[in-house]
Design a protein around this ligand. Structure first.
Ligand SMILES: Cc1ncc(COP(=O)(O)O)c(C=O)c1O
Length: 398
C-alpha cells in the first residue's frame, strides 16, 4: 500500500520502545523486593477530583451527551475566561477560547489554520516531539534551534531574529517546557513576540504546564502581555496536567477574536466537538473546592521537585537549570553513564532499567542537538517512590 509522504514524515516515538521494555520488565519484577519505578511518565499520578467525577456521572445520568457547539460549551468558555482573570490577571474574552480534544487538537487546529505548505516554524531544541509533527502534518517545516542551559533551553529574541528568513511563519514555544520544566522569562517572551509580530508572523505558546508553575517570576501567561501583544498571541492549554485529566481528552486554544470563526469551521469539520461528558465535568474544575485541591497538588509537585532535583545533582546527574514548573528534570547523564560502563543517554536508560528497575526517558525524541547527553526524569510519582528511586540510584551510582 502506498503511504503518504505526510505520514512518512512523522518519525517514530522512540520513547515508546523504552516504555514497552519497561512494562515487560515490570511484569517480571512485580513480585520481587524491587518492583519497577516509572519515572518516565508524562502525566500526573492524580485523578480528577471528586466534584469533577460527580459532574461527569451526572452528565451521563441526565443524558447530557449530545454534541456541543464546535467552539465548546459557552459556560466552560466563560469559566476558563474567569480563571485567566483570577489566576493570571489576563483579560481573555470567552469569544477567543475554543474548547478542543486536549492540547493536541488545539495544536492541530492552530497549525492547520495558519501554516501554508513550505512555511517554517522555529522551535527550541529540545522540545516536545509531537510539536514537530503538528507542523509537518500541516505541510510546514519545523526548524529546531539548539538552546543552552543559560537560555533556560528556550528561544531568545536574538536567536529568533537571526533564524528568521522569507519562509519563516512564526515560532512555537512551550513554557514551562517538556522536557526541561523551564520557562521563558516574561521580558524575553515579550521581546520574541514583538519581533515576530513586527514581521507579520505568529507566536504560538503551549502553556499546558503553566498551571504547574512554582516561581512567581515565571508563572505568567503570554496572554497577559500588555495591549496588542497579549491580544495577538496564540496560547494552547489543556485539562491534562494541572487539572489531572489526561485521558478525558480536553483542552483549549486561545486565538485573536477574528480567528475564532476560522478555527470553528475547521473544528466543525474535523472534530464536530470535544467530548461532551468531559466538558460538563470540567465545569467543576473551577469550583472553589476543586481549585483548592489543585493548588494542594501543585504544592505537592513543588515539594517533589525541591527534594528530587538536588538529589540528582548530588548523584552526578546534573540538572543544569532548576525547573520552575511542570514535573520534569532534564539531567546530564554523561558521567553517570560512564560509571555504569555505557555511553549516551539511550544506553544509560536501558542500563538503569536493568540494574535499578528505574524507567526514565532518553533525550532522543526531544531534539537533535544533544540527545545523547540528557535523560528526562518525571517527578509525577509519589514522594515515597521518589525516595526509593534515589536509594536505588545511589546503590548503582554511588
Ligand atoms: C508540551 C506538551 N504539549 C502538549 C501535550 C499534549 O497534551 P494533551 O493531553 O492536552 O493533548 C503534551 C503532553 O504530554 C505536552 O507535554
Amino acid at each position: 500500500m502506498k503511504i503518504s509522504q505526510r505520514a512518512q514524515r512523522i518519525e517514530p516515538f522512540y520513547v515508546m520502545e523504552v516504555a514497552k521494555a519497561a512494562s515487560a520488565l515490570a511484569q517480571q519484577v512485580a513480585d520481587t523486593d524491587s518492583p519497577m519505578i516509572f519515572l518516565n511518565i508524562g502525566e500526573p499520578d492524580f485523578t480528577a477530583p471528586p466534584l469533577v467525577q460527580q459532574a461527569a456521572s451526572r452528565a451521563i445520568a441526565q443524558g447530557n451527551t449530545q454534541y456541543t457547539p464546535a467552539l465548546g460549551l459557552p459556560a466552560l468558555r466563560e469559566r476558563i475566561s474567569g480563571w485567566y482573570a483570577s489566576r493570571f490577571g489576563a483579560d481573555v474574552a470567552p469569544g477567543r477560547i475554543v474548547i478542543t480534544a486536549g492540547a493536541s487538537a488545539a495544536l492541530q487546529l492552530a497549525c492547520l489554520a495558519l501554516i501554508e505548505a513550505g512555511d517554517e516554524i522555529l522551535m527550541p531544541d529540545p522540545s516536545y516531539p509531537c510539536n514537530r509533527h503538528f507542523v509537518s502534518a500541516a505541510e510546514g517545516t519545523s526548524v529546531l534551534i539548539p538552546t543552552t542551559a543559560e537560555e533556560r533551553f528556550q528561544l531568545t529574541r536574538e536567536k529568533v531574529a537571526a533564524a528568521w528568513n522569507d519562509k519563516t511563519r512564526g515560532v512555537l514555544l512551550a513554557s514551562p517546557s517538556n522536557p526541561t520544566g523551564t520557562s521563558i522569562a516574561p521580558e524575553e517572551l515579550q521581546g520574541i513576540h514583538e519581533f515576530v509580530h513586527s514581521r507579520g508572523g505568529i507566536t504560538l505558546v503551549d502553556e499546558i504546564y503553566l498551571g504547574l508553575s512554582y516561581e512567581e517570576h515565571f508563572g505568567h501567561s503570554a496572554l497577559a502581555l500588555s495591549g496588542e501583544l497579549g491580544q495577538s498571541v496564540i496560547s494552547i492549554n489543556s485539562f491534562s496536567k494541572y487539572f489531572s485529566m489526561t485521558g478525558w481528552r480536553l483542552g483549549w486554544l486561545v486565538v485573536p477574536e477574528a480567528l475564532t470563526p476560522v478555527i470553528e469551521r475547521i473544528a466543525q469539520n474535523l472534530f464536530i466537538c470535544a467530548s461532551t461528558v468531559a466538558q460538563h465535568a470540567a465545569l467543576a474544575c473551577f469550583e472553589p473546592e476543586t481549585l483548592l485541591e489543585y493548588e494542594r497538588r501543585r504544592a505537592e509537585f513543588k515539594a517533589r521537585r525541591d527534594y528530587f532535583i538536588p538529589e540528582l545533582d548530588r548523584l552526578g546527574l546534573n540538572v543544569p537549570v532548576m525547573p520552575d514548573g511542570a514535573f520534569y528534570a532534564y539531567a546530564d547523564c554523561t558521567s553517570a553513564a560512564a560509571r555504569l560502563g555505557v555511553s549516551g543517554s539511550w544506553d544509560f536508560a536501558f542500563e538503569l532499567m536493568k540494574r535499578a528497575h528505574l524507567a526514565v526517558t532518553p533525550g532522543r525524541d526531544f531534539g537533535h542537538a544533544a540527545p545523547e547527553r540528557f535523560v528526562r526524569f518525571s517527578t509525577a510519582n509519589s514522594m515515597a517512590q521518589l525516595h526509593e528511586a534515589v536509594a536505588r540510584l545511589e546503590a548503582v551510582l554511588g
